[in-house]
Write a protein that binds this ligand. Structure first.
Ligand SMILES: Cc1cc2nc3c(=O)[nH]c(=O)nc-3n(C[C@H](O)[C@H](O)[C@H](O)COP(=O)(O)OP(=O)(O)OC[C@H]3O[C@@H](n4cnc5c(N)ncnc54)[C@H](O)[C@@H]3O)c2cc1C
Ligand code: FES
Length: 275
């Protein structure tokens, strides 16, 4: 039986700068050169995460950002903030890192089927949402109206820019920035204000969110008045992690572990726990 704690060696087949602080890594298994669609490989749900690491530096959790239906590679988007992420940023195509996982629950895709979907994200919270979008696009006929509401500080901070044209063919992508540049033609202001742009049937709508605590907190005043029930709002939480499998208590949120009970929670399960 495979030991899920044992890191797998992976090769970087693409390392691409997405912004001044974020890099996208495309990864394949060292031995098989690909992730097959069986239990030996990295088969995952959007919203699940891996622990990516480098010998001598440690590991950190990152959401999987590629399509879960793509069995030949996986992608993670890494913001350079500290020890592990800075070490990963120094890696180039052809270099190795390690991966453990996938861990956590991911978004409840069966529940999302047949519904209008509102995805809300900010800053570098978008990687798991990107995986969710790729899944929805591949099964577009199974969903109703689909919106992505995405806010960042300045236009140069948007991640996955090269995917928007493709996404916009099948879902509505609405972007906003805090600080516009002279050439910016989109919205300015909080991502929560973008809900004015959407048309949904609240009783048949599901919201999937991943972003900074203040954004998630602000959205409660918007999504609830729209009529979306708390049990239809799914929030992805981030906490410092160590084991990834519910043993070390590094990742608690209230009385839950983010690594095993989450990272995706019902809104009312984690309300008020944001940093
Ligand atoms: C489920 C999940 C999914 C995630 N997905 C992504 C993703 O897709 N992309 C992404 O870029 N990030 C993601 N993150 C966040 C990422 O795991 C963290 O930013 C991680 O800490 C980076 O590791 P590091 O070693 O580089 O940073 P660290 O060295 O751990 O530092 C991270 C930050 O915490 C601060 N810090 C460090 N130690 C302490 C301390 N003891 N007390 C207070 N502050 C401290 C640092 O100043 C820095 O700002 C995710 C986290 C979780 C839990
Ligand atoms: S990371 Fe160890 S309990 Fe969650």
């Amino acid at each position: 039986m495979e030991n899920s704690l044992r890191p797998k060696k992976v090769i970087i087949i693409k390392a691409k700068k997405m912004s001044s602080h974020e890099k996208l890594f495309r990864l394949v298994l060292e031995d098989k050169r690909k992730f097959p669609s069986n239990k030996e490989g990295l088969v995952f749900n959007p919203g699940q995460f891996v622990l990516a690491g480098l010998w001598g530096y440690g590991e950190a959790p990152f959401g999987l950002a590629s399509s879960p239906l793509n069995k030949s590679y996986v992608e993670i988007g890494v913001r350079k903030v500290g020890n592990v992420s800075s070490a990963l940023h120094r890696l180039q195509e052809g270099d190795e890192m390690t991966l453990r996982g996938p861990y956590g629950n991911g978004y409840p895709l069966d529940f999302f089927q047949g519904k209008d979907i509102v995805m809300v994200t900010g800053g570098c919270g978008i990687p798991p949402i990107a995986a969710l979008i790729e899944y929805i696009l591949a099964k577009r006929e199974s969903f109703g109206r689909v919106y992505l509401l995405y806010g960042v500080q300045t236009p140069k901070d948007f991640l996955f820019k090269d995917r928007y044209q493709h996404w916009e063919k099948q879902i509505r992508v609405i972007l906003t920035v805090d600080e516009p540049t002279p050439d910016w033609k989109g919205h300015v202001g909080l991502v929560s204000e973008l809900t004015k742009e959407i048309e949904i049937n609240p009783r048949n709508t599901v919201a999937g969110m991943c972003g900074p605590g203040p954004m998630t907190s602000a959205l409660q005043n918007i999504l609830r008045p729209l009529g979306i029930a708390d049990r239809r709002i799914f929030v992805s939480e981030e906490r410092k992690m160590s084991c990834g499998i519910g043993k070390c208590q590094h990742c608690t949120t209230g009385d839950k572990y983010v690594c095993t009970d989450g990272p995706v929670f019902y809104y009312d399960q984690v309300q008020g726990n944001w940093d």
